[in-house]
Ligand binder design. Structure first.
Ligand code: SF4
Length: 329
């Protein structure tokens, strides 16, 4: 349905995204994009929504390049592909009651006849676990979780086929986050939705996505089916991210692996593999030659010179000693 090929986005001299390719089929399907801040994941989401100019590559939706869409076709695209941002406070109009917020897209896209708008608003509220009385409320009288549910209901109002979920739960506390994630999973199955879930949290993505792409400094460094990628990660960065995910029902706790240092300045990325200054497995080639994304197993792609060594344990990635872990918390 959606195909991103060799995407490149620049901000001035800074390459925010480089050579990123992936595909999203018809739903129900979830693709998770994970990485630290500055990894390019939000930029990719905005480029897919056509909220940013792209400087290379292509984004096609059902075979048409979305950057070639005229006004009419763009309106159709914006109906088919919706976005939910992290901060619902900035996306909900504080002067509009919830009912008006939901009625607006229903009318703009003529989703239902005029006399059916009220009933559809009730259905949308029910879909996201809100009560009919919430329709009369203004955003300031709702909790953060309720506002995020309204933002999701508004995205769903136009019956999209693909939703870009940009950190949809990171501003919520843990209990509310779990409820919103369960709701996303239910809606995805009921509505056969496809989504791109952008998150810094591998645990969130693990719950909701069939496929994961790991980004570092604007490039995909690992990509594959969730079970395969988390079961046998082949990039040292993914291993470190995975080690921070608390496991439920697993006897042996994973030992946490800290990534030393900060992500480098994207305006002057390191030569070779951009991860080499922080990588415990780096060798000389890593400092001079950029690793290409290549298959290590069927559907599992990795950009690391030592992927095979990492997978076999010949390039051990050392955990941080327990005492240091405690000190870092
Ligand atoms: Fe580490 Fe080298 Fe692999 Fe980069 S290419 S992740 S520096 S081992």
């Amino acid at each position: 349905m959606l195909e991103v090929k060799d995407l490149e986005v620049r901000f001035g001299a800074v390459h925010a995204v480089r050579g990123v390719s992936f595909a999203v089929p018809e739903g129900p399907f979830g693709l998770g994009l994970v990485g630290e801040s500055g990894s390019g994941k939000t930029t990719i989401g905005r480029a897919v929504m056509r909220l940013l100019p792209v400087h290379g590559g292509a984004i096609t939706f059902e075979g048409t390049d979305v950057h070639d869409l005229g006004r009419r076709a763009l309106k159709d695209y914006r109906r088919a592909v919706q976005v939910v941002f992290q901060d619902s406070d900035s996306t909900l109009d504080p002067r509009m009651r919830v009912a008006a917020t939901l009625a607006e897209p229903l009318r703009a896209h003529r989703v239902v006849p005029k006399d059916a708008v009220g009933a559809r608003i009730g259905e949308l509220l029910s879909d996201v676990g809100l009560e009919p009385e919430h329709a009369r409320r203004y955003p300031h009288s709702l909790s953060g979780g309720q506002r995020q549910r309204v933002a999701i209901a508004r995205a769903l109002a136009v019956e999209p086929r693909l939703v870009v979920l940009d950190e949809p739960t990171s501003a919520l506390d843990v209990t509310v986050q779990a409820r919103v994630l369960a709701m996303i999973r239910r809606l995805r199955d009921e509505r056969r939705l496809a989504y791109i879930l952008i998150s810094h949290d591998l645990a969130v993505v693990e719950q909701l996505c069939e496929q994961i792409g790991v980004l570092y400094l604007g490039r995909l460094v690992e990509m594959g089916p969730t079970r395969e990628l988390l079961g046998s990660p082949a990039h040292p960065y993914t291993i470190a991210l995975r080690s921070a995910v608390p496991e439920v029902g697993v006897r042996e706790r994973r030992r946490r692996i800290a990534i030393p240092g900060e992500p480098p300045d994207p305006a002057s990325p390191p030569a070779g593999c951009a991860f080499h200054p922080r990588c415990p497995a780096a060798v000389d080639a890593c400092r001079t030659t950029t690793p290409e994304l290549r298959p290590v197993r069927s559907g599992h792609l990795v950009a690391c010179h030592r992927a095979e060594d990492v997978m076999s344990g010949r390039a051990p990635i050392e955990p941080v000693p327990a005492a240091e872990q405690t000190a870092q918390r």
